[in-house]
Design a protein around this ligand. Structure first.
Ligand code: ADP
Ligand code: MG
Length: 354
């Protein structure tokens, strides 16, 4: 178990800047996520940490050691890919043993460690099966066991669940988290799936165009997004434009097309918000109540309704645009087009971003 630090990583491929000054520290024993849409640089950052890419500038540290110039096998980081890259003609046991045989580990020790690794991924009984007889989820477990058996200093996972169907993907989220925690591993997990990151991560970095937009726990990133990009990428949100009238402690009164709205400031310390700043408000669909008694209120007309079982979703037309509203346990259903409603939101549930 070891901490991993990336410092000011820039990586250029010809004219393309894949990473544009990325710094982060993953704590020992942490399950850390790199989250972002396709092409934002996630794989490049993971491959730089593994030693499969050399950064144009910047450095990578494992614990106290600068590993920037070390080749992949000397870093002892194990990587798991979206395509499992297993040997189809070998048994489960042989696939997992492969890396240890290459390292000339004694035979008895190989047997013991393969057994342990397969037990950890709950495949102990499958040791003599051919991998071509396994399901997709089982093959993913073999790929994990093969990575773990070499006792890596860290585990790097690049979209490891993308090839599985939706139900299995959700099951495997819990499995991978359990395996990482039981194994006491430091792990970095790359995904474009924000739900996967929210559910599994200890902390996460949200990447956009080769830069980190925000780094924090799932709760911090969801509750207090620093930018409109992060607010919209992690979960769903309503974005409303406005201008600050007045700042009081951690809150701001913001003038919007629907009148004044009070929200919680999340601006960076080095750039405090002040009167007349143009800002964007983020209100989650579940933060809007219909005819509630939250401190803010905005009038509107229900345009659309979808029944989703445990929740109801409305689209409400207001002076600040169409708002998505999600209600849990609604007492009554509203009919689109009938009468005006008042949307309300608590001050703390409205986020003010610069
Ligand atoms: P992600 O994993 O987030 O989808 P990548 O790290 O794969 O993103 O890619 C980031 C950017 O770098 C993209 O614009 C991609 O086209 C480019 N890129 C990645 N690898 C190479 C390469 N070997 N040669 C040229 N461009 C690359
Ligand atoms: Mg990728």
């Amino acid at each position: 178990m070891e901490s991993i630090r990336a410092e000011s990583i820039i990586k250029k491929f010809g004219a393309v800047t894949a990473l544009d000054g990325v710094s982060l520290e993953v704590r020992a024993g942490e399950l850390f996520f790199l989250l972002g849409s396709s092409g934002c640089g996630k794989t490049t950052l993971l491959r730089s940490i593994a030693g499969l890419e050399t950064p144009t500038s910047g450095s990578i540290h494992f614990g106290d050691k600068d590993v920037t110039q070390l080749p992949p096998h000397k870093r002892e980081a194990a990587m798991v890919f979206q395509s499992y890259a297993l040997w189809p003609h070998l048994t489960v046991g042989k696939n997992v043993a492969f890396g240890l045989e290459e390292r000339k580990v004694p035979k008895a020790e190989i047997e013991e460690r393969v057994k342990q690794a397969l037990q950890l991924v709950h495949l102990g009984a499958m040791i003599d099966r051919g991998v071509d007889q396994l399901s997709g989820g089982q093959q993913q477990r073999v790929a994990l066991a093969r990575a773990l058996v070499v006792r890596p200093r860290c585990l790097l996972l690049d979209e490891p669940l993308s090839n599985l169907d939706a139900k299995l993907r959700i099951e495997m989220r819990r499995e991978i988290r359990r395996i990482v925690k039981e194994g006491g591993l430091t792990a970095i997990y790359v995904t474009h799936d924000q739900e996967e990151a929210l559910e599994m991560a200890d902390r996460m970095a949200v990447l956009n165009a080769g830069r980190i937009e925000q780094l924090g726990t799932p709760e911090e990133v969801y509750r207090s997004p620093l930018t409109p990009f992060v607010a919209g990428f992690i979960g769903e949100t309503n974005l409303i434009k406005g201008r600050i009238q007045e700042v009081r402690d951690a809150f701001a009164m913001v003038e919007t097309a629907a009148g004044p709205v009070v929200g919680r400031l999340v601006t960076h310390d080095d750039d405090p918000a002040k009167a007349n700043d143009e800002v964007v408000l983020s209100v989650r669909p579940e933060a809007w109540y219909i005819d509630g008694d939250g401190g803010n209120s905005v009038e509107g007309v229900v345009r659309d309704r979808s029944y989703l079982g445990k929740t109801i979703r409305y689209t409400v037309e207001t002076a600040v645009g169409a708002q998505q509203v999600i209600q849990l346990n609604p007492e009554m259903l509203l009919t689109p087009g009938e009468g005006r409603v008042k949307l309300t939101a608590r001050h703390g549930d409205v986020v003010v971003m610069k």
